[in-house]
Design a protein around this ligand. Sequence first.
Ligand code: SF4
Length: 277
Amino acid sequence: MSDLNNIIDETIKVLEDMKRSGVTHVDVSRETLEELGRAPRGTRVESGPPGEPRRMTSTPREGTRPTTTSHKQTAAGGPPTLHSVGNVASELAEIEARAKVCVKCGELSRCRHSVVFGVGNPRAEIMFVGEAPGRDEDMQGEPFVGRAGELLTKIIAAMGFKREDVYIANVLKCRPPENRTPLPDEVTNCLPYLLSQIELIKPKLIVALGATAVRALLDVQLGITKMRGHWYTFRDIPIMPTFHPAYLLRNPPAKKEVWEDMKAVLEKLGRPVPKGR
Ligand code: SF4
């Protein structure tokens, strides 16, 4: 494994040198990628009508998780790694270790107190994805632990889950200074970590909290107000966009709409939907 890690590190260095010297992209044919096992066979991108999100589809996933060992590629930039059901947590830890020394975003890596990778059940049915760590998250190294996090925890509890039953992550793993909105380059830099988390955890569905999470995953420019309450798909995984808990703190009446969205999530999972609220 250490040889493999050395190869990965060397490859990353070479690519970073190429980028610094002005290379903006490398053409590799799909056939070559498939031969290398770096692209799942049958994966394609469908372009919807104008205004509709781009949908990425692939050959149907099996209804049950694999029970045998297989080669799998993580989206964080590494080559195929040996993957089995039992080692999702250790693979997540390995990717987290890479994120903890990541300096792809110069400003963020200089300002951060910690890299906030994600927490929760590596076999979670639901994954909540927010925008970026805030001050409390940066200090504690855990996503959604401030006031917005407390509200998210209450929402999760109202749905009948414990916080540790679900998985919680952000698009950015480092706090933008003064909690400013993430820059497009920062989202591009950090997205592979989130994609790896999704790829390994294989949640039954994703709740995208706020516009940044929605745009990162669906590549769509519609406002969150128009998108919330409707189902979208990312790599065969249903996504429910809804308001970010920080928005709910500023605009409490919107909690009612978020609760409607969470009821739709429970229904999709075939779980009991609480009455009222
Ligand atoms: S935000 Fe993500 S890509 Fe940027 S430095 Fe932090 S971990 Fe690296």
